[in-house]
Design a protein around this ligand. Structure first.
Ligand code: ZN
Length: 230
């Protein structure tokens, strides 16, 4: 029997690479999906391309979506990225780096591609704990999207095929994600988390995403191979 196909949302960040590695370890043929959505920098997208190659994706599709035309986020509009926030401050509300409905937009495209590939499995690297307070990273959101997806597609309605949204990291801390990825052979040097890369190419070390990443590596007792300014 040929391997089952899975569509993996591959941002290039810290979480999506281990999510991809989990899918691969479960025996799926992995189809990587990334978005050139008008984000502040294309460093993360370069990482996605390198990770797709390193993780042996069957295909890597980079879709262009102009979310900058919608704006409303520090990642897609000229709004400053918060720096040096405490973990408590990060947990206190939804930050300006939230991109309106981003995971719904991304998962909807993954759903369409999965239907064409006759895949019943989509992987996304969201997690509920060490995250930035984004509402579309919660387990109830993933369950609701999965329910919707099975009502939404021809494959679901006529084909009797049951689509599953896998979020294998959802209950892991950043440290556990780093450990899991390391066990599965992820080269974290290829990943990128920083919202504001420095002119010299290093990560800023102060944005929420850098701080969560540093906390993850520190708690896992591992060294982050990505060079950081602080
Ligand atoms: Zn940063």
């Amino acid at each position: 029997m040929p391997a089952r196909r899975a569509v993996i949302l591959l941002s290039g960040g810290l979480d999506s690479a281990p999510a991809f590695a989990v899918a691969r370890a479960e025996g799926f043929d992995c189809y990587a999906l990334s978005f050139d959505y008008g984000q502040r920098h294309d460093r993360e997208l370069d990482s996605a391309r390198r990770l797709a190659a390193a993780l042996a994706a069957k295909e890597h599709l980079v879709l262009r979506l102009d979310l900058r035309a919608i704006g409303g986020s520090a990642l897609t509009a000229d709004i400053p990225v918060p720096k040096g926030r405490s973990h408590e401050a990060m947990g206190a509300g939804i930050p300006v780096t939230y991109v309106p409905a981003r995971n719904t937009i991304f998962l909807s495209h993954a759903l369409a591609w999965a239907e064409v590939l006759e895949s019943q499995d989509i992987f996304i690297g969201v997690n509920m704990y060490d995250f930035s307070g984004y509402p579309d990273c919660r387990a109830e959101y993933i369950a609701a999207f999965e329910h919707m997806a099975n009502l939404a597609t021809k494959a679901g309605v006529e084909g009797g095929s049951r689509l599953t949204i896998h979020a294998p990291l959802i209950r892991l801390t950043k440290a556990q994600i780093v450990q899991r990825g390391t066990e599965l052979g992820v080269d974290f040097g290829l990943t990128w988390s920083c919202y504001e890369p420095q002119p010299d190419g290093r990560a800023c070390g102060a944005c929420d995403s850098c701080l969560l990443r540093q906390k993850g590596f520190a708690e896992a007792g591992l060294r982050d191979p990505v060079p950081t300014a602080h």
